[in-house]
Design a protein around this ligand. Structure first.
Ligand code: NJP
Length: 231
């Protein structure tokens, strides 16, 4: 396809795997994250556009969309994937950590959607694919702040889906369980991870699946887990 896709959080993990898969399928990929070097390295493979940006910054979010439109003249897909988390007992979570997590996971989703939605509505099509989390649908110890942010993100996306549907615009929310990435400063690629975690490419395949639905179909929600994960 000649579709144009913005992928946030593309410098590593799920976002990087998704950017690579979409590029392989012929999409023009606009890779977004704060780490410019990693994005440039990725862009040598995807041959799209790398835009270093902080999704929690309104000027940055607007710049990503304006730059995409000026370079490619079209925009079809937003993969809203950038996210952060850290885990501890509630009383040990700093309030600055609350701000950081909500800034990226909730405000970043809000700002990126706010930047693309007017364009999608005007053209009568467009697809927001968000990487949420299964923790939007469960609770766990040490997950108060991250879980709250992912539930807030999920609620935002559910309301947005209803707002844009009459305009032919799709919102698909993907809820992965454990994924072997750099998330929360972990080191992917361990020998055990193959059994206990999804691979970033597994989630990228879920993104591909929701994007490939026929025009008259929207996959609203898609949850996936490693078969070993009790949740
Ligand atoms: O994590 P990681 P994942 N502006 O750390 C970027 C969700 N999830 O792939 O800015 C722009 O390898 C960051 O880039 P950089 C999770 O909640 C995960 O696992 O350069 N970009 C990097 O590219 C998140 O929504 C698991 O530091 C920003 C990327 O985000 C999504 O999956 C389970 C940014 C993070 O890559 C991807 O996370 C689950 C900002 N302000 C949901 N801040 C899991 N791993 O187990 C960060 O249920 N990024």
């Amino acid at each position: 396809t000649d579709q144009v896709a913005i992928v946030t959080g593309a410098s590593r993990g799920i976002g990087r795997a998704t950017a690579l898969l979409l590029a392989l399928q012929g999409a023009k990929v606009v890779a977004v994250a704060r780490s410019a070097e990693e994005l440039e390295e990725l862009n040598t493979k995807t041959q799209g556009l790398a835009i270093p940006a902080d999704v929690a910054d309104e000027a940055d979010a607007d710049h990503v969309v304006a730059e995409t439109l000026s370079r490619f003249g079209r925009l079809d897909i937003l993969v809203c994937n950038a996210g952060v988390g850290s885990f501890n007992l509630l009383e040990n979570m700093e309030s600055a950590e609350w701000d950081r997590i909500f800034d990226v996971n909730v405000k970043g989703t809000f700002l990126m959607c706010k930047a693309v939605v007017p364009h999608f509505k005007a053209q009568g099509h467009g697809h927001v694919v968000a990487i949420a989390s299964d923790v939007a649908r469960r609770t766990f110890e040490h997950g108060t702040v991250y879980g709250a942010s992912k539930s807030a993100q999920d609620a935002l996306l559910g309301s947005l889906r209803k707002e844009v549907r009459p305009h032919g615009v799709k919102v698909s929310t993907i809820y992965p369980g454990l994924v072997d990435t750099y998330f929360n400063e972990s080191k992917p690629g361990g020998v055990e991870a193959e059994k206990t975690h999804l691979k970033p490419s597994d989630v990228a395949q879920a993104v591909r699946y929701v994007l490939e639905a026929p025009a008259h179909v929207v996959v609203d929600e898609l949850m996936l887990h490693p078969i070993t994960q009790e949740w």
